[in-house]
Design a protein around this ligand. Structure first.
Ligand SMILES: [Zn+2]
Length: 86
């Protein structure tokens, strides 16, 4: 089995669509057995979903307004609190 370091590295690559099929298989296998990496992966997915939503919404400008940054920060805090409960 791959190590947690390798798993998180693949997880990051996957985020940018750079992970190979084999890497994704290894990652999924690791995620089934390792709850720490599962939490990391969930957090990663959540952050990119959130970010792409914000970037889609604010297509007028290529950066987030202060209000949006604050909102994003609050959502992340709540999400991270939720994950660490498990
Ligand atoms: Zn792990």
């Amino acid at each position: 089995m791959i190590s947690c370091d390798e798993a998180t590295a693949i997880c990051d690559k996957k985020q940018y669509g750079e992970a190979t099929w084999m890497e994704r298989v290894k990652l999924n296998f690791h995620l089934m057995l390792c709850k720490h990496c599962r939490a990391y992966s969930m957090q990663n997915n959540y952050i990119s979903r959130l970010l792409s939503k914000y970037l889609d919404d604010s297509c007028e400008s290529d950066h987030l307004e202060d209000k949006e940054k604050h909102e994003l920060e609050e959502k992340l805090k709540i999400h991270i609190k939720d994950i660490s409960k498990n």
